[in-house]
Design a protein around this ligand. Structure first.
Ligand code: ACO
Length: 346
């Protein structure tokens, strides 16, 4: 039986595969950021940098930093509770929790299981997803599969990070860029809408060394030597990441739009991974977008990795930049390398 999805000015790529199932939508979005603000002026006291350099090279003015006793799972649980309250769904109705993160509370068990307990989702399966800053769109695509296949009706996808725990606060090349926070969405079938139309995902592991945390895994387990060599901190080749991010995000975006027979002018709002203002401007220009289409909030939060797009989406919705029925384009890029673009009828 096919569902009553209204005709649209775009192609639903799933129709190419004789799609007759149900669609998957985001029924609510929420976010949480810690109270503590770390401003560029604060960073000037920690490393040799300046507000002028940080703002002109990145667009970032401040970022949020979690309290010492505030874990990734705590922030994820707060974002999740907000989503459930907005959607009027109780925690015991959640059937699956996916947490995208590179800063789990611990290597195992999964942070998603800790969130399951903290929010009281007594009927949910739970697992973590590691696709770095691309994790949120990877999570949406996975969540969608469970909804469309009718395996589950109610899926929580959360991006959450305590990046401050893996930042080398002596390294000015990286410490000015990142912040902590969490964003969450509830995925369900909503009738009369196409929802998540497509997600173009990609990866290139040959460029893994460009952005990584070398220590803490089986290659470099924690030892006094690995700690002394500062292997348990995020390492990045900023210039190469910059170039790869611009290329990958614009290519993924073009592919996603082409799959849906959409032109960039039909997109109400582009929600990109909030890495660097110059990256987002370059991607927007290459897509032929006008500056008003590209949503940015990195000036206040910096790069929050897997949480970034979810936090931005929540703010765009709260500010009225996105309304039901609008077409939105989400873009991500991160370590792996990984990247993705998703088109959604909101
Ligand atoms: N303050 C002052 N000077 C600095 C700082 C700082 N915080 N950091 C670097 N510099 C210096 C460098 O040492 C260099 O000095 P030199 O010319 O004497 O060697 C100079 O500034 C210019 O350095 P560049 O690396 O060329 O600066 P660039 O314009 O490329 O900006 C930046 C650096 C901001 C890191 C940029 O490359 C970038 O944003 N890259 C992408 C980073 C990113 O988005 N990563 C995350 C994506 S994936 C994920 O989210 C996990």
């Amino acid at each position: 039986m096919s569902f009553a999805i209204p005709p649209a000015e775009f192609k639903n790529p799933r129709a190419e595969h004789d799609f007759v199932g149900r669609t998957c939508s985001i029924s609510a979005v929420g976010a949480y950021v810690p109270e503590r603000r770390l401003t560029n002026a604060d960073l000037e006291k920690m490393v040799e940098t300046s507000d002028e350099w940080i703002v002109s090279r990145t667009g970032i003015r401040e970022r949020r930093i979690a309290a010492d006793n505030e874990m990734t799972s705590d922030m994820a649980a707060k974002a999740a509770c907000q989503v459930l309250s907005k959607a009027n769904v109780s925690a015991d109705q959640v059937q699956l929790i996916i947490v995208a993160t590179i800063t789990p509370d611990m290597p195992f068990p999964a942070t998603a299981c800790l969130v399951q307990d903290k929010i009281g989702a007594t009927n949910a399966a739970a697992f973590d997803l590691e696709a770095a800053c691309s994790g949120f769109i990877y999570g949406l695509e996975i969540g969608q599969q469970f909804i469309m296949s009718r395996t589950y009706d109610t899926v929580l996808v959360i991006g959450a990070e305590k990046l401050s725990s893996i930042i080398d606060w002596k390294d000015r090349d990286t410490c000015v860029l990142f912040g902590d926070g969490a964003g969450a969405v509830l995925m369900q079938n909503r009738t009369n809408t196409h929802g998540l139309l497509t997600a173009c995902l990609g990866s290139d592991g040959s460029k893994a060394p460009l952005l990584s945390m070398p220590g803490g895994g089986c290659q470099h387990p924690a030892t006094p030597e690995s700690v002394a060599a500062r292997l348990h901190y995020l390492k990045m080749d900023g210039r190469e990441i910059f170039k790869n991010a611009v290329n990958a995000m614009q290519t993924a975006a073009k592919n996603a739009l082409a799959r849906c027979d959409l032109d960039i002018s039909q997109i109400k709002c582009i929600i990109p991974h909030q890495a660097n203002k110059r990256i987002l401007i370059a991607v927007g220009e290459r897509l032929g977008a006008n500056s008003g289409q590209v949503f940015m909030n990195l000036d206040r939060y910096g790069n929050t990795s897997a949480a970034s797009v979810a936090i931005a989406l929540n703010e765009a919705v709260e500010r009225g930049r996105i309304e039901r029925g609008d077409l939105i384009l989400m873009l991500v890029f991160g370590a792996g390398l990984t990247w993705g673009a998703a088109v959604i009828e909101w």
